[in-house]
Design a protein around this ligand. Structure first.
Ligand code: COA
Length: 168
């Protein structure tokens, strides 16, 4: 397995992976939109042993309107092509992506996803903090990982994603 930053020649392959993994075009469009209008983004791919791109992860900035200056990212979307799922690519991309966020000085990462999957990477329930999600999702699915100790201490409010997420 090889993990690396996404480059332009990956864009179509990455779109196909999201369409297949999510059974529709929504996440592929979201990725295109974030590439065009969110900054900074962290966008990485995983290659299998044959050098084929089989997975993709993206992080983009999120904000808590009352808190200027907190450097927060949202992990979304992440997808592995269906016939390569459950082989460790997703976990590897998430771990490597979080490392990259740390290197870029991000203080915390949020994710809206499967409550049984993300805790293994260190994410905890957002209800342990004083932050909420702008989307109507069960609280247990909105999770947080502090990359800097106590990064979210004293921070309260609703996390806003890039407007492109509103179209999902
Ligand atoms: C979710 C996803 C990114 C995980 O990547 P992966 O390479 O298949 O997963 P890994 O091999 O790293 O990890 C396997 C573990 O993930 C779990 N897992 C896989 N898909 C899951 C899902 N949809 N919900 C919960 N857990 C899931 C497996 O049960 C397995 O758990 P175990 O280690 O306890 O046995 C990938 O399966 C995928 O693209 N799914 C479709 C799109 C999607 O749901 N994206 C995430 C949105 S939050």
């Amino acid at each position: 397995m090889k993990l690396r930053m996404e480059i332009e020649t990956d864009f179509n392959l990455v779109g196909n992976i999201h369409e297949l993994a999510f059974n529709g075009p929504g996440e592929a469009k979201l990725v295109d939109e974030l590439r065009n209008s969110a900054s900074p983004i962290i966008s990485m791919v995983a290659e299998n042993e044959k050098g084929e791109v089989v997975g993709h992860i993206m992080f983009s900035p999120v904000t808590i309107p009352s808190q200027q200056g907190a450097m927060l990212m949202g992990l979304a979307p992440v997808a592995i092509t269906p016939n390569e799922q459950d082989k460790g690519y997703g976990s590897a991309l998430i771990r490597r992506g979080l490392e990259e966020c740390g290197k870029q000085g991000i203080s915390a990462v949020v994710v809206l996803g499967h409550a049984g999957y993300y805790p293994r990477f260190g994410f905890s329930k957002s209800t342990d903090f004083n932050i909420t999600c702008e989307y109507d999702a069960p609280a247990e699915n909105f999770m947080v990982l502090e990359l800097k100790e106590n990064a979210l201490r004293g921070i309260t409010g609703q996390v806003k994603y890039h407007s492109a997420f509103g179209e999902l």
